[in-house]
Design a protein around this ligand. Sequence first.
Ligand code: GLC
Length: 429
Amino acid sequence: MENSKFQQMIDDFTLDSDAIKEIAASFRYDIDAGVRETGESSLRMLKSYIGLPTGNEKGEYLALDFGGTNLRVVLIRLEGNGKFEVIKKVAKPLVKPGEYDFICADANADELFDFIADMVEEAVDGDHDKKYLLGHTFSFPSAQTNIYNARLIIWTKEFATKGVEGEVVNDLLKAALARKNLSNVEPTAVINDTVAVLLAAAYKLGNVNVGSIYATGHNTCYYETYTSAGLGKPAMVINMESGGFNKLAINKYDYKLDLESEKPYEQRLEKMVSGRYMGELFAYCLDEAWGIGKVSFTSIDISRILADNSDTLNDVCALLKEKTNLDIETEDAVWVKALAETIASRSARVVVATYCGIMWHLYPNGGIPKQYIAVDGSVFEKMPTIKENMQKAIYEIMEDDADKLELVLENGGSALGAALAAAMEPVEG
Ligand code: GLC
């Protein structure tokens, strides 16, 4: 086996302390430029028209969580004091191989939203009379003019359903509900999933300004008061669409992945870090090493490789056999695992660099107060090594301020956040 080939690939994915500090600094620059609307930022910096909850929101709300391949409609009762209860939950995949696929380019908006309306009907037990307010977590870049009106700018995460880009998603949902005689369900608020995570964590814990998703996709939002920028605008949560950050040096595997994706040149950062893409980067490397051709690896495969801590790495060998039919020995498996570790560690380090960039923007004169950074998503929650690598990167970048930041898992915040958004007074402006 040509070890030098693997060593080269590992080097290509390695980011040292200086490199992540530089990413943090240029990310901060783009936040500042975005807040000042100078036109130089690669971040979309989308206004959410919502602030942070008090923790005392109350009432029963429907929450629609639409952002990945699994769709959820949840009936939630907010009880105040950071407490809530899930009364009913309906969950269905948007793709069932051989049966249906609502996210491919052959599907259209009406089919997709009719499917969603059917799930809403199930969640309210077929009740066509009682009035329900619905909060919608819609996890794609949307241009908002108020809390209701969010227009999908562009699909991300390889979604391709026709007739949704450029549309006001709640109008599509409203029309589908009307087709099912469900006009008693009223969509009132749309938020991004990052915003949902932030609202949910603020409701339960308080002391949090940043919400982030680290899963199939990756993105972060934060509470912008406009004070550090000296601008007197109304404070609100900003969905940065940080996955679109593009001031990054990419390697040849990133380049190839980008060209072969649904949306080349878009979502540069997301394509380096998120669960949807890490397995693909890994597959390109194995193809270069062993000519395995187009084999698809997922982030679950990466997790499985990282979880094999045996001396013989039998499970890494077994996985390679299952996926590629290659018979590899422990000696090669060591390289395969080292490669997977480096791809995962690059991801964790870049994500943390963006969080540090936000802190530098919010506290330009230092004095960062102790606070949580709320994160949800399968990569953060389940991929081995990720949390340790993130913690290490926080220390490398923030140095003495590192102990001010605590990463906290906000599990399932999408539905709670949507309910909160329906319950809260929106921000005007
Ligand atoms: C993609 C979407 C973004 C979302 C993220 C996580 O980056 O563009 O809106 O927050 O995925 O689901």
